[in-house]
Design a protein around this ligand. Structure first.
Ligand SMILES: [Zn+2]
Length: 507
């Protein structure tokens, strides 16, 4: 019976972490004060711009630019067009500043004006454009602060051209950039990467009151993907900042379905409150001059509604501690079954990925557009979870077989603890998520079901928000392999814990 504690605790942790961590979208205030961001005003802007696709250089694009310029002028900014030519691409960036202010340094709100050719782009990037324009208005009710600037880039969809032109124009400038983007079309807002010295960047974040989903894991994963936003150019220019995006409902991204009707005003309100809060935090701190310090790899995560910031060294130490727990006081009989346990773990991992790849290859034989149908329609996340369960049958069978022979569990838990600890030590920005799981495995290895259960609960709480972020962002290409990923995570809890003999209970 004690053996089941860890598994149930982990499941409960996943459910608790999912329920607490689930980003609830704010209500849109009916009649907000002038200095508060209003999604109602922002949505009216989006509805005006996203009536048709506005690829760079199109009439719809020109009309949108002039509307954006008018709105910023009405808010008290001086708007200057900056035409650019890079290779065959021509475009126009807009820069807005307070009257008489310089256009180099400062706190910059950024979004791009163009859309994909077939998409009205209500989310990408009508959402960002409206958030930036309405946030600038809210921040400028008593006149635009001298340090607050707005940049509207052009030709982002063609290859980040506007951002590149601006980085060249303002070479050597000192900036804090708040970039608002979309890599999906709905759901809660994610702050998925930062740039610059993480000390002041995360201190301003904590002061801002902004509590949208944010984890250092996202930037590490994102860096490995081929996608890029303007923010990548700003990061390379040495500027400090934050990159925000909608990532859910990826099936509508860059399609004719990305219309204003599909954009949730509560997502807009959440992004707007966050961006205005963050801009105020930086303006109060003295602007971009406050962005000093080394760019180290800070670890941060939004867990149960709170942003936790941890030094990378602390995560590394925790990983090492899990390893010590796992390895300490090895019993003489502990070697039995280790090889089998290691083989079972690796076998289950391979089976898990193979099940995903098999689904990728075989399902289209039954229905050619199977994966498009799964991924590119509402409710994709639920179907991925169902497919994860289907793909999980094979590795689950491997787990059950391994569990039939008690000693093999030690090898199993050993691998789990080792991998979790290694992730924490080698890549703390990502590995923080595996530390509780590593402890769960380490305590399981030592035959401590209740301690393992507590750690497994924590593992569920920490990992659930990560899974919630990943699933809705999947598209058909990544779907099948990632559908099998939860099975690897099951490795931390699946075999459970057997209470060892008297020797371990005395300790
Ligand atoms: Zn975009």
């Amino acid at each position: 019976m004690a053996g089941t504690v860890a598994r149930w605790a982990a499941l409960a942790g996943c459910l608790a972490g999912g329920a607490i961590g689930w980003a609830r979208l704010p209500e849109v205030p009916a009649d907000p004060p002038a200095e508060r961001f209003s999604a109602t005003r922002a949505m009216a802007l989006v509805r005006g711009w996203a009536t048709a696709p506005r690829p760079s250089g199109s009439p719809q694009h020109a009309a949108t630019l002039s509307s954006v310029g008018d709105a910023l002028t009405a808010a008290g900014f001086v708007v200057t067009p900056h035409p650019f030519t890079i290779g065959d691409v021509r475009g126009v960036n807009l820069v807005a500043t307070a009257p008489g202010a310089d256009d180099r340094d400062g706190v910059w709100l950024v979004a791009h004006s163009d859309s994909a050719p077939e998409s009205p782009g209500a989310s990408d990037d009508g959402f960002g454009l409206a958030v930036v324009v309405e946030a600038a208005r809210a921040l400028a009710v008593d006149g635009p602060p001298a340090d607050l600037k707005v940049l509207i880039t052009d030709a982002e969809e063609l290859g980040l051209y506007g951002a590149r032109a601006e980085a060249a124009r303002a070479k050597g400038a000192r900036r804090v950039v708040l970039n608002v983007e979309a890599r999906g079309a709905g759901g809660p807002v994610y702050m998925f990467q930062t740039a610059g010295p993480t000390g002041p960047v995360l201190a301003a974040w904590q002061r801002s009151g902004c509590r949208v989903q944010a984890t250092s894991l996202a930037r590490t994963v994102y860096d490995a993907l081929p996608n890029a936003t303007d923010f990548l150019v700003f990061r390379r220019a040495g500027w400090t900042g934050y990159d925000f995006a909608l990532i859910h409902d990826a099936w509508r991204y860059h399609t004719p379905d990305d219309t204003p009707a599909g954009l949730d005003p509560r997502s807009v309100q959440q992004a707007g409150d966050c961006v205005t809060g963050l801009a105020r935090a930086w303006l109060d701190a003295g602007g971009a001059a406050a962005a000093t310090g080394p760019e180290d790899a800070a670890v941060y995560a939004q867990i149960a509604g709170t942003t936790f910031v941890m030094p990378a060294a602390a995560v590394r130490l925790s990983g090492a501690a899990a390893l010590v727990v796992a390895l300490a006081r090895r019993r003489p009989d502990a070697r039995g079954g280790v090889v089998l346990g290691v083989a079972a773990w690796l076998g289950a991992a391979v089976a898990s990925v193979a099940a995903g790849v098999a689904m990728l290859v075989l399902f289209p034989y039954v229905q050619p557009d199977f994966w498009e149908r799964v991924a590119e329609a509402p409710g994709a996340e639920g179907r991925f979870v169902a497919l994860a369960a289907v793909g999980g049958v094979v590795p689950a069978a491997a787990l059950t077989l391994a569990r039939r022979w008690g000693p093999a569990e030690r090898g199993w838990h050993g691998v789990s603890a080792l991998l979790g600890a290694a992730a924490a030590i080698l890549a703390p920005t990502v590995g923080y998520a595996f530390v509780p799981g590593a402890f769960a495995a380490a305590f399981a290895l030592r035959g401590r079901p209740w301690m393992a259960g507590g750690a497994a609960f924590a593992a569920g709480v920490v990992v659930a928000p990560v899974m919630q972020a990943i699933y809705p962002a999947l598209t058909s290409r990544a779907a099948p392999v990632l559908a099998a990923m939860p099975l690897l995570m099951l490795a931390w809890l699946a075999p459970g814990v057997r209470r060892e003999g008297a020797a371990s209970q005395r300790r």
